[in-house]
Structure formats: structure tokens, C-alpha cells
Design a protein around this ligand. Sequence first.
Ligand SMILES: *Cc1c(COP(=O)(O)O)cnc(C)c1O
Length: 350
Amino acid sequence: MPTGTLHIDLEAVAANWRALDRLSASSCETAAVVKADGYGLGMTRVAPRLAKEGARAFFTASAAEGLELRRILGPEPRIYVLYGHMAGDTSVIERADLVPMICSIDQLTRHFETLPQKPFGIQLDTGMNRLGLKQAEWAAVADLALGAGPVLIMSHLASADEPGSQQNNAQLSAFRYMTDGLDIPRSLSATGGTTLGPGYHFDMVRPGIGLYGGLPFKDATPVVGLDLPVIACFDIEAGDHVGYGASWTAQTASRIATVAGGYADGLPRSLQPDLEVMAGPVACRAVGRVSMDMLTIDISHLDADPTHVTVLDPHRTVDTVAGAAGTIGYEILTNLGQRYTRQYRGDEPA
Ligand SMILES: *Cc1c(COP(=O)(O)O)cnc(C)c1O
């Protein structure tokens, strides 16, 4: 096993899509967000499995991702682009039959000038202040935009992972104020909003992270596992230091294993000192700093040297590791390196 192995369970991805789909009424479509290469897990494998499960609407961030997805999925599914219609994207949007989610007046103008007959959606800003037309802008261009028949109107919640946050309710009210009475499909919620209840569902929900097993979908089936090979094991004396900056000092004679995986493989330097990995059934603590391609663990308490260790499994999810690194599961997942051998469970090879 020369490199680490990233196990990706496509059956679990499909089960998560079904579970999220069940949270909303049957009249509400459940899309799938596959930006950033399917949250790092491989859009070429994840998207066809989701399509097979019944997903008919997909979201990418960029038009380039949308073009790749169109090649993967063929002509049927609708592909929405969250960056909207950026300068330079016109021909790709047309060729790949993408639906740009227009997010500014500039984009609206660009779309009408270059692809006047082609479908588009509208993004409204209800308080996140990231993308979308603000209330006054929407008031100014709504008639014009609605006259051209947008296929979807959406907004995005900033605090949906905190069910008690006042911002959820405020954004919901703003969205309703801007869109109530329009005869156009509406979408407000990603994974977090999907778990907030039917008032947040409208005509379409757009989960991403929940499909891949991450919070805030608490009932998610875990999707990823990560095993790393051990390169070498050796003894050190009490008082010896381990790793860059000599940040860890052995209190007693210890045995150390050096493992093939570091921050270039998506294991943040900030994981140490709180990372634990499993050698079979036994937890081992990372000691010394995480380096670019390696980390070092204390195996003094093991009966035998391990050949590999497990960083992610159903009990240590991306959110567990994220907690140790002071970040979120999204960031751990999307940074899992390209160096790993990927083993997919649950579909035929593409
Ligand atoms: C990324 C994203 C999603 C999916 O979000 P998750 O939290 O991963 O479910 C949905 N909508 C928009 C606008 C996004 O940027």
C-alpha cells in the first residue's frame, strides 16, 4: 500500500440523498450540489450515482464544472451554476445547456444581451451579503427579469447550521417578501435549511454536505474512510523530541510510527495535538507536528507495530477530525488530497 486509501461509499451518498429527500414533501424537488469535484470525492463517480438514485437537478459553482458535469451526465439533468453568468462563460453556458443563477444586475444584462432565449435563474440576497440581488435591486429589475421567465428563484441561508439563529427567520421573511405570489419555483435551503422544517423547503432544496455524510445533517450515513500506511517504527528515549520545532518531548521511553500522510494530503497542521488515529481497535495520539507528507504517532502502548492506521471511519467522521483541527467538515472533506488511492463502493466503474 504505497499511498493512503480513501474509501468512498457511493451507497451511503445515495442513502443520504434519499434521507434528505424524505425530509421534504414529494412536491419539493431534492437537487444535489456537486461543486468542488463533488466536495472532493469525485464528481465523475458521485454525480452518476445520484442521478441513478433519482436526482434530476444538480448545482455546480462554476460554468467549467457545469460543462464537465454535462459530459458526465448527458443531456437530461438540469445543471444550475451558482456563479451565474460570468464574463467569458457565455459559450460554455450555451454549449453545455447550463442554467446560470444570475446574481447581479451586470449578469442579468450580460445574459439578456448574449443568450436572450436561454434559461436562467435568479439569486436574491436575503442577508448573507455574498451573492444575489438585494431587495432594492430586485424591486428595480423584477418586472424585466420575470418577463423573461426565470426557471428558479433562490436565496441562501447564512446560519442554517444553527437552528436557533434569528437570522434564519429573518432571511425566510425577506425571501417571502421578495417572492411571495410569483409563479416561479423557489429554493432557499441547502443541507442546514432542509433540516429546519417545511417552512424552509419551498419547491426545491439543494443539499451538498449532507449527501457526503457531514454536519449539519446529524442523521447522515458516513461516506468516507481514510487509511494511511505506516512507513517506519522506532524507539526513542525519554527526553527525545519529535518533529519540526521539537514541539513534543517523550516523557518516557516511547515507540513512534511515522505515517504517510500530512498537510499536503489534507490533514491540517492544526490537527496536532488533538488528532487520534486508530491502529486496529486501539487509538494512538499524533505527537510532534504534522509535516507536509508525514505525521508521527505514539504507538508505545501497542503489542505490535501497525502496518497502517485509520484516520477516518464511521466513528471518526470528517467532523470529528474537523473538531480536532478547529475547522469544519466541509474543509476537511474538500481538502482530502488527490494523492490517495480511491476505492469506491457501490457502483460499477465509470
Ligand atoms: C454550497 C451551496 C449549497 C450546498 O450547501 P451545503 O451546506 O453543503 O448543503 C447550496 N446552495 C448554495 C448557494 C451553496 O453555495
